[in-house]
Design a protein around this ligand. Sequence first.
Ligand code: BGC
Length: 724
Amino acid sequence: MSAGTDVDALIARMSWTEKLAQLQISYRPRLEDAAELVRAGIGAVFWPRSAEATNELQRVAVEETPHGIPLLIGLDVVHGQRTIFPIPLAQAASFDPAVAETDGRVSAAEAASGGVTWTFAPMIDVSRDPRWGRVAEGFGEDTLLNAVFGAAKVRGYQGSHLADPGSILACAKHYVAYGAAEGGRDYNTVDMSDYRLRNVYLEPFRAAVEAGAGTVMASFNTVAGRPVHAHRQLLTDVLKEEWGFAGAVVGDASGVVNLLAHGIAEDLHDALVQSLSAGLDVEMGGHVVAPDGTSSLTPDDLTVERVDDAVRRVLRLKAALGLFDDPYVDPAAELTAPTAATRAAALEAAERCPVLLKNDGTLPLPERPLRVLLTGPYADSTDHLGAWVQSFGEPAGSLADALRVERPDLELTVLPGASFDGADPGRQAEVTRAAAGSDVVLVAVGEPSHLTGEATSRADLRLPGDQEALVHAVADTGVPFAVVLANGRPLVTSAWIHRAPAVLEAWHLGTEAGPAIARILTGAVNPAGRLPMSFPRSAGQVPVHYDHENTGRPATTGGRMQPLVHDIGLEGPGNVEEWFTSKYRDLPLGPQFAFGHGLSYTTFGYGAPVLSRTEVSADELRGGATVEVSIQVTNTGQRAGDEVVQLYVRDPVASLAQPVRRLRGFRRLRLEPGESATVTLALGWRDLGFWTGRGNEFVVEPGRFELHVGPRLDATQQCDLVVT
Ligand code: BGC
């Protein structure tokens, strides 16, 4: 059966339980056990770990089941199958969607060659809370970045045709608002207004659906008391009916069973009925039909139309993948290791993600022969792959080894000096002695991969173990030093950041992490990443994100730090108006490093922004008109480098309170020393309006809009646009 064949005719021949069996995915570690599930008619299984094993399961499905329906073979290929790319949060820091698209293409080719047909990625949960470990898997705090990078990933995985050999199904996850778990604690409750849900959390999913994502995964959390796995309004009304999503909605692992713990279902039967009726199409876990082929579900529980609709969605995806024509892969062509080309692609990606947070000129390392002390747990560690990497992902080398290759002239001393658990303190004395004989010290610290990703919420966002003490010990020596951070979330750096002359946020960069970091430290590559999430000053300040509302009492720096004596009223000590503003008494205003921040080894100058027009009507915008913002950028330094132009919009007066800034466009461009270029970014209907939260009402309200364009939030130039 090809993509054009009659899925409905096939459905008409299927029994009730044969249909239900298509609506589940399950995992069995032993091939024989997986084959049993397939014989019982299951529609999808997790990857059995080789092309040969996949072929065997597909053979059982095609030859030993009544209708010969091939399988979907799923796997979490999140940032690489064999060749591991930077974690998605790092990819977002590149501000270059091509990085995500390339990861998607390379990953899809590697995974598809082994028989995988479906990845559970991209994760596009807007994440404003770095306590949540899963921030590593997504694209950060901004809605537009998640939308743009998510769509790029979908294009990368799915290619131009799903039936092409190097294409697999994408899965936009986790729908929806999972990143807003209270307290940043994984799987926790979510409760929010439709206004915020629409404007912040749903938008990336709308973009993924527009980009053609074949599947969407329901999230574990509740939204306003209803677990998403059983949320008809979100799964059916918004996703399928309003947006016209024609693919399949898959549940998360045991997400249907979890309805019992949520306390909204009596038993598994009830949970299945509630989920499938709400619009879930595929259950992850294999609870719809028992291994003996029986199911508790009857047409009294679920309408035949609903079940047929779900089966149709699944079978159409199988047809689009070309599985009815040929479900097999060539074991001889299975890609089981990176190639020179995929390594080069991963290296280029890894070089684009690090963010230079601070630099007094210590970086890049000078070219003359140099005595370098490399210390910290990441000096010699190979733990650079990050969260969600399978055991067969290609390991990374260490930074020490990469530095030796990149700069053989360095006289390199390597001492760990600290550890992630601080189990072996007292090693700093050795580091202090070695530092005394060095020209420069590199302190490579961070978070181990296993402290990032699913179920790794942290209440303390500082460097774990005795790493902060190591930074202080190095600072005490007075020897110039730079800190390299390898981690999967924004960290709290306030205890030591003021002492560090230079800090490079390198993230978990994947297989090619070592060479990428080494090339940036030595200046072979000029860093140009920008933060996709704010770095808080304290975990107590979280969530802190740039696109907050102004509040009725926006924060000001003034106000005296002493208690106000209320009985003397407004004439009390200090500046009363500034005292009563929205801030923490014990923290300076704002984050440590804001969204969009990132330095370079060169400098850039900006011309004045120019608008293609200064007035436009809402009707014109609705009809597709755009306003172009152009700005000239010049590399005013001595080195070639990339700049990231950022365009923010503010609607200062609207019927609902608006964020103080919203990123509406960005462009990364490369400039040689002295070179100039003009960047033009377009604004349209979607960029200037907002969802009211009343159903699917989206409005652009007439009035003056502030456009802020420049290299970062606190260095933009403003020009105004009037919408009539
Ligand atoms: C995660 C999903 C993942 C699934 C399958 C779950 O625990 O939440 O993101 O796709 O497992 O591995």
